[in-house]
Design a protein around this ligand. Structure first.
Ligand code: PPS
Length: 322
């Protein structure tokens, strides 16, 4: 007999105390009232969320304009990798990271070494401390990107592939429950994050010949990564030893990035922003670790409460060897 069946057998209806059965019956009888109340409070809750969303948007808007116009000083060697979402931004971040550093993979997440510019307004990161040249990721349309002497590398991807990639991303990261047809309607109206793909790509395409804009296509990067990497090196005026190129191409391959996926995943970026540390949940798994951390005063305080409230009940935690 498996454990679940055993538990079920032991938990017979006769064993349930009478007052619990009565409470359950009353709850069932009042179901219509409870359902109406639940719908009412659901509406109140949604309205409250709406109000706070408006104030949240104002807060983000102010902080974003503070960042662009007051806090951010463009440096001539700053590089922005820009795209409509799901077009190969992370890939470009990795390429730029490999080209501008020794390429070690010691970072926890790519955002650590190549921050998402518009999110800096939210996470209040000090971007003046970043090593030069600074590389930022951005999804901003041409109109909103901070203008300056910096360089912009824009990557565009076939809108049909973007729609599919974004649909899967919405499902995997934002609990989107609709089917592709429904998502596609939103995509075509521009009612998705970062608005219309058509306006975004068209807005940047118009600036493709600007001296500080390099316009790339995701499909060309897939077809010939090396040629795109060399274009980037030329455009940014980087000095990259020839012997490093094969290693860089390997590290920017789909396979390598897939093997290190968590270092690129948006979910981890959000967790880190909130101060969570990955791989710290299942920590040490042994008793007695308190000895390493408890200062005497805190230990005494704990022991006093323990003696008063738990020990007298006969519950003890003093196992040998702990
Ligand atoms: S995001 O969320 O906006 O930052 O996404 P973004 O990084 O712009 O795009 C994600 C898609 O890029 C693909 N990708 C790659 N393709 C080829 N080679 C490499 N190295 C690579 N790295 C990321 C990634 O798989 C996403 O596309 P789909 O079609 O969903 O696989």
């Amino acid at each position: 007999m498996d454990l679940q069946n055993e538990v079920r057998t032991r938990m017979r209806v006769d064993d349930i105390p009478g007052h619990v059965k009565l409470r359950t019956a009353v709850r069932k009888a009042f179901f219509p009232v409870r359902w109406t109340l639940s719908v009412f409070w659901g509406a109140v809750s949604r309205a409250a969320r709406g109000i706070s969303l408006v104030t949240w948007c104002i807060h983000v808007g102010i902080d974003y304009y503070r960042l662009v116009y007051l806090d951010y000083t463009p440096e001539p060697d700053d590089i922005f990798v820009v795209s409509y979402p799901r077009s190969g931004t992370t890939w470009l971040q990795m390429i730029l990271y490999q080209l501008t550093t020794d390429g070690n993979m010691d970072f926890v997440h790519i955002a650590e070494v190549c921050p998402w510019f518009e999110r800096v307004a939210l996470n209040k990161r000090d971007i003046t401390r970043l090593p030069r040249p600074r590389v930022f990721k951005s999804h901003l349309p041409r109109l909103w990107i901070p203008k300056g002497t910096c360089r912009y590398i824009y990557v565009a991807r076939d809108g049909r592939d973007v729609a599919v990639s974004m649909y899967h991303f919405y499902k995997s990261h934002f609990r989107y429950k609709g089917d592709f047809r429904r998502f596609f309607k939103l995509f075509m109206r521009g009612w998705v994050a970062w608005g219309s793909w058509f306006s975004h790509v068209a807005g940047w395409w118009k600036h493709r010949d600007d001296w500080n804009v390099l316009f790339l296509r995701y499909e060309d990067m897939v077809r010939n990564l090396e040629s795109c990497v060399r274009k980037i090196i030329d455009f940014c005026g980087l000095e990259v030893p020839e012997e490093r190129i094969p290693e860089i191409l390997k590290r920017c391959s789909f396979q390598f990035m897939k093997e290190h996926e968590e270092k690129f995943d948006y979910a981890l970026e959000l967790m880190l922003e909130r101060g969570c540390m990955p791989r710290s949940f299942i920590r040490k798994g042994r008793p007695g670790g308190w000895r390493e951390l408890f200062p005497p005063e805190e230990l005494e305080r704990f022991n006093r409460q323990y003696e008063k409230r738990v020990k007298q009940l006969g519950l003890s935690f003093d196992a040998p060897g702990t």
